[in-house]
Design a protein around this ligand. Structure first.
Ligand code: ZN
Length: 376
C-alpha cells in the first residue's frame, strides 16, 4: 500500500547581499530568542520548580518586542522566532522524558545558523520560493525536482561553517513498497572499506561485497588533518585564524557531502535488493574507544547509514534487524561455526580448519546476517 511520508529536500542557494543580510539578522534573533527563553525557563524551574509552557514563552516574546532594547526583534519575520520557541519546547519535553540532557544555550560560534519558516512565512509557486520579508525568490540550485505538485509545509534556511547556504524543503511525498524478494543481507561496518555486505550487489559493491570509501577522500582527509593544525598556530581572533577555520570547514563539508551521496545510493540499493537487512548496533562497538579521524568519520557515516536504512526499509516494506549483542563476528567461521581463538586486526583473509577460505569482513557480514535471523 502506498503511504504518504514527509520528506526533506535540501538544496544550495545563493542569496543576494540584501537576502544574506536579512537572514543573518534573522539567525541572530533566533539565537537570542532561544537563549533568552531558555534562561527564563531555567530561572522558573530552578527557583520556583515551575515548568514554563510554550504559550507563556510566546507571550514573553511579544513583550520583549515592545521593549526598547529588543524592539529589533519585530523587524525580522516572527515565524522563525516562534519556531525557535517550539524547538526549545521539544528540547524540554525530551529532557523531562529523560530522552535528552538539559537544553543548552546556542553559542555564537558553535551553534548551527538556521531559521525555520512555516507556511505562513513563505510562498512557493512554480519552482520559486520566496521568504517573508523578501521581495525576490531565493536563487536555488534545483539539483533534483521536488515531487510533482509539491506543497512544502516547512522551509529551513541555514548557513554552515564553510559559509555555504542551503535550504531544506519539507514536502509530502508518496512512496510505494517494492515487490517482495527472498534475498537477505548482513552489513559489516568497516574503516578500510566503508561497509562490507554478506553478498555483493553488482554495480554497487565490488565482487566481494565491499564498498570502498568515496574517491578522493584519502587526499581530503590528509588535507583536513593538515588544515586542522593551522588554526591553533594563528593568533586567537585574527583574520588568518578565521580564514583557516573556514578552510577546515570547507574540506570537512566536502567529505561529508560526498559520503552522504555514497550512503544514499548504497542504502537505496541495499533496501531495493533485499527483503531483510541486518546491521550491528555500533553503540556496543563504541565501547572500544578510538579517537582517530578515520574512526570519527566512519562512526558518523555509520549512524547516518543506519538512519537511512531505517526510514527506507519502512518506506519500501523491508525489514531491518539490528544485532545488539556483542558477538565475535570476525572470529566465527560462517561456514562451520568454529570459533578462532586469535584474530589480529591485520589479518584480512584466513582459512578455517573446515577448509573454507574467508575474507575477514565478508565472513563478519555473514555472521551478522545469521545472528539477526537467529534473534528474530
Ligand atoms: Zn569453518
Amino acid at each position: 500500500m502506498a503511504q504518504i511520508v514527509k520528506r526533506a529536500f535540501k538544496f544550495r542557494f545563493y542569496p543576494t547581499p540584501e537576502q544574506a543580510d536579512e537572514l543573518a539578522r534573522t539567525f541572530g534573533c533566533v539565537r537570542l530568542v532561544y537563549n533568552k527563553a531558555l534562561q527564563e525557563r531555567t530561572r522558573a524551574y530552578r527557583s520556583e520548580g515551575r515548568k514554563v509552557s510554550y504559550v507563556e514563552s510566546s507571550a514573553a516574546l511579544t513583550e520583549w518586542k515592545r521593549t526598547e532594547e529588543l524592539d529589533f526583534l519585530a523587524e525580522v519575520s516572527s515565524v522563525p522566532l516562534q519556531q525557535a520557541l517550539r524547538h526549545l519546547q521539544t528540547a524540554f519535553a525530551n529532557f523531562f522524558a529523560q530522552r535528552a540532557g538539559y537544553p543548552a544555550f546556542k553559542s555564537r560560534k558553535k551553534s548551527r545558523l538556521s531559521a525555520e519558516y512555516t507556511r505562513s512565512a513563505f510562498r512557493y509557486h512554480d519552482g520559486r520560493l520566496t521568504l517573508a520579508k523578501m521581495d525576490a525568490p531565493l536563487n536555488i540550485v534545483w539539483s533534483r525536482p521536488l515531487p510533482e505538485g509539491a506543497d512544502p509545509s516547512t522551509v529551513t534556511v541555514s548557513k554552515d561553517a564553510a559559509g555555504r547556504w542551503s535550504v531544506s524543503i519539507l514536502c509530502e511525498d508518496t512512496v510505494r513498497p517494492l515487490d517482495p524478494t527472498s534475498d537477505m543481507v548482513g552489513v559489516d561496518a568497516g574503516i578500510t572499506a566503508l561497509v562490507t555486505l554478506s553478498r555483493p550487489i553488482p554495480g554497487v559493491t565490488d565482487d566481494d561485497g565491499k564498498v570502498t570509501n568515496p574517491r578522493h577522500e584519502r587526499a581530503d582527509r590528509r588535507r583536513l588533518a593538515r588544515a586542522q593544525r593551522i588554526p591553533a598556530r594563528k593568533e586567537k581572533g585574527s583574520a588568518n585564524r578565521g580564514r583557516a577555520r573556514v578552510k577546515v570547514a570547507r574540506v570537512h563539508a566536502r567529505i561529508t557531502d560526498r559520503r552522504r551521496d555514497v550512503l544514499h545510493k548504497l542504502t537505496t540499493a541495499i533496501v531495493r535488493e533485499n527483503q531483510v537487512v541486518v546491521i550491528e548496533d555500533l553503540t556496543v562497538r563504541n565501547l572500544v574507544k578510538n579517537h582517530s579521524l578515520a574512526r570519527a568519520i566512519s562512526d558518523a557515516s555509520w549512524r547516518q547509514m543506519r538512519t537511512m536504512l531505517e526510514y527506507k526499509a519502512q518506506w519500501y516494506g523491508r525489514e531491518l534487524l539490528v544485532v545488539d549483542r556483542w558477538f565475535p563476528s570476525s572470529k566465527l567461521c560462517s561456514a562451520c561455526g568454529a570459533l578462532q581463538r586469535f584474530m589480529p586486526l591485520n589479518v584480512r583473509d584466513w582459512v578455517c580448519a573446515c577448509g573454507v577460505v574467508h575474507d575477514r569482513d565478508v565472513n563478519a557480514a555473514k555472521n551478522i546476517l545469521a545472528a539477526g535471523l537467529a534473534e528474530r
